[in-house]
Ligand binder design. Structure first.
Ligand SMILES: Nc1ncnc2c1ncn2[C@@H]1O[C@H](COP(=O)(O)OP(=O)(O)O)[C@@H](O)[C@H]1O
Ligand SMILES: [Mg+2]
Length: 312
């Protein structure tokens, strides 16, 4: 059985609106224990919402979420308390999520105090051990967020996420606000921590190169829908959206990038079409069928699924 399994998950922030606007629409996904599942797509496509739904930080409008064999869909905040320790989130540029008037000691103590009643000196040892694992040392405990560099804060954010010894971590744009050199060291750190702590990650990023480096599989999201799931995002993509996304991001030569951008049709309307394929308004290959019937994810190869009428 999958470690995490979501089925036909929907999220609308305004369920009363007519027609209903969905941030996440009919998403089904399974995450295996020990894997790094990537989640890519343009800004606003619903990646963070999907991550928060799995952690029950947002409540689904419809659908179900299983965590380690337990149906947590209807769990209240209190019912989630015990499970919270097992699932954590690393946010984009932890700077914004750290309380600026807290030292790193206070930041790390908060989850420990919520879940543990060991003595202060034991917690202190625990925190110092955690800091060493993320490449910081005890001198950082008395620092405030503004006294740390972006990379150090990100390490602090990872330490906070891992301090309760979770099993599943949603890394939401965890390397998106740090510069290139630091990005690589943080990616390596995440991979090595994953092995040391036997973690499972949902690695959310709009950065395909980062996803490509560390993920075992990648799900591609467009306007709240998963349009493709593939073992390696850079090889064998068949969905026109995935191909366009790749073409727009990967080539380093700007001329090539510009030429490739033509793979998208311009369309300002970013609502989910009421019928048919979610990508029909921007796809270069739209056929009448695409405007009528919504394509479901179909198997294209080993571990490879795409939701598209026109790709084979
Ligand atoms: N708390 C919220 N209230 C209302 N709308 C939201 C909220 N959070 C996200 N949205 C909307 O849901 C959609 C998906 O957002 P998000 O999940 O943050 O996308 P991503 O992480 O891919 O950039 C966007 O249209 C966004 O404006
Ligand atoms: Mg986001």
């Amino acid at each position: 059985m999958a470690f995490i399994e979501i089925k036909n998950l929907y999220k609308s922030y305004k369920p009363q609106a007519k027609p209903v606007v969905y941030a996440v629409r009919d998403v089904s996904l399974a995450i295996k224990r020990g894997e790094i599942l990537g989640l890519v797509g343009e800004s606003g496509c619903g990646k963070s919402t999907l991550g928060k739904l799995i952690l029950k930080l947002e409540q689904p409008t419809q659908g179900s979420i299983m965590f380690d064999g337990e149906d947590i869909t209807g769990y209240s905040f209190n019912a989630m308390r015990a499970l919270r320790q097992r699932m954590q989130m690393v946010f984009q540029g932890s700077a914004q999520t750290f309380n600026p008037s807290y030292t790193l000691r206070q930041i790390l103590r908060e989850p420990l105090d919520n879940y543990h009643d060991e003595r202060d000196d034991e917690k202190e040892t625990w925190m110092v051990d955690m800091l060493r694992k993320v490449g910081l040392d005890e001198t950082y405990l008395s620092r405030y967020p503004h006294e740390m560099s972006g990379g150090q804060r990100q390490r602090g954010g990872i330490a906070r996420a891992l301090i309760l010894n979770p099993e599943f971590v949603v890394c939401d744009e965890a390397v998106s606000s740090v510069d290139y050199a630091i990005k690589n060291t943080i990616l390596k750190l995440l991979v090595s921590l994953k092995k040391d702590f036997s973690l499972t990650y949902l690695f959310i990023s709009h950065d395909i190169a980062a996803v490509n480096r560390i993920c075992d599989r990648t799900a591609v999201m467009y306007l709240g829908n998963i349009v493709e799931i593939l073992p390696s995002v850079t090889s064998g993509a068949v969905h026109p959206y995935t191909q366009a996304l790749l073409a727009a991001t990967l080539p380093l030569d700007p001329r090539e990038r510009k030429a490739n951008l033509v793979r998208f049709r311009e369309n300002e309307d970013m609502r989910i079409p009421e019928q048919g394929c979610v990508f029909q308004n921007r796809c270069l290959y739209t056929m009448p069928l695409c405007q009528e019937v919504r394509p479901l994810l179909e198997q294209k190869g080993v571990g490879h699924f795409a939701a598209c009428h026109c790709c084979t």
